[in-house]
Design a protein around this ligand. Structure first.
Ligand SMILES: [Zn+2]
Length: 421
């Protein structure tokens, strides 16, 4: 639907607080929406006068903010919640998930994917960067805005890197033709041949596609690349031919393949040298941290201060439920607000407003969607959420951070994904 300056096809949403992210919070604020697009954001009184013929919806005692962007997820592993013991060796976990994946059926993957998508919607995510490993296309229907990253491994594949990249590129093109967001996901430096990374980097740059990969996640991966030993090295050696080791860090390995660039979003980045930080900064790579997955593995400390000081674009993700601890009898659920709180507990000096930027504007930038999602501003998609907000609210971002449970409302592409009561 096109913008209608007379206001006849506009809807005005009103809330106690509106948190546009790109500008300060607005008390008694409103958002004018036409179809899937935001037309204006401001004070309720101002917009009411500017759009006298718009229909109105007063959401009441809520804070309205952009829908959250989960920058790293594997929805198809939702069925693996609570299946693996935490804090074990990273290599053992990899071996277990490879075995678990072998028993998954197409129907079980799709059912798990849908459950995961529903959990994210309920807890405030409106866009997810989702890695697709086994699930077949097309994806199940969901209101969620899905950026599909198609995973490639390749070290155990009988197909050549050239074939793998070409096949994946065709799938991405098919998704693009259906107006679906899609890019490459070479799994990790340890699970992909060098040639696959080189070809992915070249093609993605040529086509201006986004790429995501797991890198420098565990001490075992770091040890494999830097010293040529350790459990991951020994397990993968039979496929990789023990060719790695002594050649620098995982990030240096990626750099040599030409994969680093502003179109790259790396997950984890826990084990970084000083040189790695320079490489990531110079290439304008975005980094996504997954706090509860990090906790599950007890990885080396996430180098948050060093990354922030280097000005690197930081985002947050949930990772999958295969790497989130159960609490008591309760299976974990995908919940980006819970990830933000897990980070805030370890880093109390990081403000709620900063964390909110990571899951909105920063993630949008990482996905090449700055100005389109992660912000309440004219021209952006009408992707927003509403959460209860007390009358005494002085810090809307803190209210958002402390919210537990389902959101009061969620609008995605101008349609209610969670309708207000
Ligand atoms: Zn992951």
């Amino acid at each position: 639907m096109k913008a209608d300056s007379r206001g006849s096809r506009l809807i005005l949403l009103r809330g106690r607080q509106v948190l546009p992210i790109a500008r300060p919070a607005i008390a008694d604020g409103a958002i004018a929406i036409s179809g899937a697009t935001i037309q204006a954001v401001g004070r309720w009184r101002t917009l009411r006068r500017a759009f006298p013929r718009a229909s109105t919806r007063d959401l009441g005692a809520v804070v309205i903010l952009p829908g959250l962007i989960n920058a790293h997820c594997h929805l198809e592993y939702t069925g693996l919640a609570g299946q693996f013991a935490p804090a074990q060796s990273f290599t053992t976990w990899l071996q277990q998930i490879v075995a678990a994946k072998a028993t998954a059926t197409p129907a079980s993957l799709k059912a798990a994917w849908r459950r995961g998508a529903d959990q994210l919607i309920r807890t405030g995510t409106t866009t997810v960067a989702d890695i697709l490993s086994q699930i077949t296309l097309p994806l199940p229907p969901t209101p969620l805005r899905v950026y599909a990253f198609l995973e490639m491994t390749g070290i155990r594949s009988p197909r050549s890197p050239a074939q793998l990249v070409a096949t994946t590129a065709k799938k991405i093109e098919r998704l693009h033709r259906r107006r679906q967001l899609a890019g490459f996901s070479p799994h990790a430096p340890y699970s992909t041949p060098v040639e696959l990374l080189q070809r992915t980097g070249r093609l993605a740059r040529r086509r201006r596609w986004r790429v995501t990969t797991h890198v420098a996640e565990s001490a075992e991966e770091f040890e494999m690349f830097t010293a040529g030993r350790g459990p991951l090295h020994d397990w993968l050696g039979k496929w990789r031919g023990n060719a790695d080791g002594g050649g620098g860090s995982p990030v240096e390995h990626l750099n040599r393949t030409g994969l680093l660039g502003a179109n790259l979003l790396v997950a984890h980045a826990n084990c970084l040298t000083r040189q790695d930080l320079l490489l990531l900064r110079r290439a304008r790579v975005s980094v996504v941290h997954c706090p509860r997955s990090h906790e599950f593995f007890q990885h080396p400390a996430f180098p948050f201060s060093r990354l922030a000081a280097a000005g690197i674009n930081l985002c947050l993700g949930t990772d999958s439920l295969a790497t989130i601890k159960s609490s008591g009898q309760h299976l974990p659920e995908l919940d980006l607000l819970a990830e933000m709180r897990a980070f805030a507990e370890k880093h109390p000096r990081v403000s709620a407003a900063t964390l909110l930027r990571w899951v909105t504007v920063n993630a949008a930038r990482a996905l090449g969607l700055a100005g389109q999602i992660g912000v309440l501003a004219p021209g952006a998609f009408a992707d927003l959420i509403a959460l209860p907000c007390p009358e005494t609210c002085t810090d809307a971002a803190e209210v958002v951070l402390q919210h537990r449970g389902p959101v009061y409302a969620s609008l995605i592409h101008g349609q209610w994904a969670v309708a207000p009561a």
